[in-house]
Design a protein around this ligand. Structure first.
Ligand SMILES: [Zn+2]
Ligand SMILES: [Zn+2]
Length: 447
C-alpha cells in the first residue's frame, strides 16, 4: 500500500562519507552469524522474487513461510484471518516460547502487486495472474515484500540459534493482503490475541529506496499516515449533449466538487496537523454528445490524526451534498459516498523506538542508523497494535544504490520508487543489515 517518497535525512554531501558497500558493520557475533547464512537468505530472496502472488492469493508464499518456520522449530498455525466479505485469509503465525519474559511480535507482509516488472534483471518476475476483476496482469514484488519475508526468515533463524541469549515468547506473523490494507484486519478479526499470546511489543520493517542499502532509518512518533479511500458518486439527470437545460450534469457537479474539495485541507484544517486530499479518479460518460446520469470520483485522504481524518470525511460529504443541492438535485438523489478501504496511522512509540534505535546502533554502528521523517504513505501494521494500545516501532530498511541515490539527490530526479515496474532494490547488504537490526532489537526486548 505504501506510496512513499520518504524524505531522506541525508544530503548529497554526506552520502559520499557513507561507507556502505565497502565497510563491514561492527564485527559482532550476530553479524558473523548472519553473514554465514547470507547465501541461503539471498537464494530465498531470489526464489520469492520470481514467485510473487497478488493480495489474497498468497497460497504458495504463505505455505513456504509456514514450512520454513516449521523447519526452524516454530509452532506454526496457518490459514489465519477472515476478510470482511467472509472469505478466509492466508495468515501465518509462528510461535516460539522460551521461558518467562515479554512477548514480541515481528511481522512481515507477503503479497505482491499487479505490476509487470521492467527492471530487466536476470531474476525479474515473469509471473502473470488474474486480478480480482479477472483480468490478466503481470505480478511483481514491486513493494519489496520479498525482502521483508527474507529478513523475517533470517530473524526467525537467528532467534533459534541464539536461544540461550533470550527469554520470553516470539510471535512471527506472516500477513497477507497488505497492499489492499485488509490483511492485518482479517487476522485480528480471526482472534489473533485470543488464539496466540498478546504481544508486549511489535516490530516491523519496510524497504525504502530513499535510504542507501546497508542502512536503516528510524522515526519516533508518526511514521506513516492514516489512509481512507472514498468514492463520491454524483447522481444527475442524463440528456442529449445539445440540451443541457433538460439535464442535471454530474460532470459539472464533479468538476465543481474537485475544486471545492481543495479548500477542505487548505481552509478547514489546522496547518499544524498535516493532511492530504487527492482526487485520483474521475469516471463519467460514454460519448461526447451525451450528458451522463452519474459521475464517480475516487479520493484518497491522508492524515496522522484520526480526528483530522473524521473531519475530512465529514467535509467531503458536506461538500458533495452542497454541490448537488446547488444544482437542484432531488433530496433522494444526493451523492453516494462509499469508503472501501481504511487504515489508521502508523505511530512509532517513542520510548520503544528510542530503545530499538539504541539496540540497532550498538549492532550496526552509528553511521548505519539514520533518522527518517514521517511520510504520507500508509500501512496496515497498525491493526496489530489494538488501536494503539500495544507499542510498535517500524523502521525503514535502505535498499537504494548509494551512488545512484547520491546522483538523484544532486539532480533532484527521483529513483524508481516502490510500486514502480523499475523498482530494483539492492538486496545486499540490505537483507543482512535488516536481519541484524531486527534480531538485535528483538534480543534487547527479550532480556
Ligand atoms: Zn506497497
Ligand atoms: Zn509494502
Amino acid at each position: 500500500m505504501l506510496n512513499i517518497a520518504a524524505k531522506t535525512a541525508l544530503v548529497a554531501g554526506s552520502l559520499s562519507m557513507f561507507p556502505i558497500a565497502s565497510a563491514q558493520a561492527p564485527s559482532t557475533d550476530l553479524t558473523t552469524q548472519v553473514a554465514a547464512i547470507s547465501p541461503k537468505l539471498d537464494a530465498t530472496y531470489l526464489q520469492l522474487h520470481q514467485a510473487p502472488e497478488l493480495s489474497r492469493q498468497e497460497v504458495r508464499t504463505s505455505a513456504f513461510i509456514a514450512a520454513e518456520l516449521r523447519k526452524l522449530g516454530y509452532q506454526v498455525t496457518d490459514h489465519i484471518g477472515v476478510y470482511e466479505d467472509g472469505s478466509k485469509a492466508l495468515g501465518v503465525v509462528g510461535l516460539l516460547k522460551n521461558g518467562t519474559g515479554p512477548t514480541v511480535l515481528i511481522r512481515t507482509d507477503m503479497d505482491a502487486l499487479p505490476v509487470t516488472e521492467a527492471t530487466g534483471l536476470p531474476y525479474a518476475s515473469k509471473v502473470h495472474a488474474k486480478n480480482a476483476q479477472d483480468q490478466d496482469v503481470g505480478v511483481m514484488h514491486a513493494c519489496g515484500h520479498d525482502i521483508h519475508m527474507t529478513v523475517f526468515l533470517g530473524v526467525a533463524q537467528e532467534l533459534v540459534e541464539n536461544k540461550r541469549k533470550w527469554h520470553g515468547t516470539v510471535l512471527l506473523v506472516g500477513q497477507p493482503a497488505e497492499e489492499t490494507i485488509d490483511g492485518a484486519r482479517a487476522m485480528m478479526a480471526d482472534g489473533m490475541y485470543t488464539r496466540f499470546p498478546r504481544p508486549d511489543y511489535i516490530l516491523d520493517e519496510h524497504d525504502n529506496n530513499s535510504f542507501p542499502t546497508g542502512s536503516i532509518a528510524t522515526a519516533s512518533g508518526p511514521l506513516l499516515a492514516a489512509s481512507t479511500s472514498v468514492y463520491v458518486t454524483f447522481h444527475g439527470v442524463g440528456s442529449h449533449g445539445s440540451r443541457p437545460e433538460t439535464s442535471k450534469d454530474p460532470i459539472v457537479m464533479g468538476a465543481e466538487f474537485v475544486m471545492m474539495a481543495q479548500t477542505i485541507v487548505s481552509r478547514q484544517n489546522a496547518p499544524q496537523s498535516p493532511a492530504v486530499l487527492t482526487v485520483g479518479t474521475f469516471h463519467a460518460g460514454t460519448k461526447n454528445n451525451i450528458i451522463p446520469d452519474d459521475a464517480t470520483l475516487g479520493l484518497t485522504l491522508r492524515s496522522y490524526d484520526s480526528n483530522v481524518m473524521k473531519n475530512m470525511i465529514a467535509a467531503v460529504r458536506r461538500t458533495a451534498d452542497s454541490v448537488a443541492t446547488a444544482y437542484a438535485v432531488a433530496p433522494d438523489h444526493m451523492p453516494t459516498i462509499t469508503i472501501p478501504e481504511h487504515t489508521g496511522p502508523t505511530i512509532n512509540d517513542s520510548a520503544l523506538t528510542a530503545r530499538m534505535t539504541n539496540a540497532a546502533t550498538a549492532a550496526l554502528g552509528r553511521n548505519r542508523v539514520l533518522h527518517a521523517d514521517p511520510v504520507m504513505g500508509s500501512e496496515d501494521v497498525n491493526y496489530f497494535t489494538d488501536s494503539g494500545k500495544i507499542p510498535l516501532t517500524a523502521f525503514w530498511l535502505g535498499v537504494a544504490d548509494p551512488a545512484k541515490l547520491a546522483e538523484s539527490l544532486k539532480t533532484g530526479k527521483p529513483l524508481p520508487n516502490i510500486h514502480s515496474a523499475l523498482f530494483a532494490p539492492v538486496y545486499e547488504p540490505a537483507i543482512q543489515i535488516g536481519v541484524v537490526a531486527m534480531t538485535s532489537m528483538a534480543l534487547s526486548l527479550l532480556q
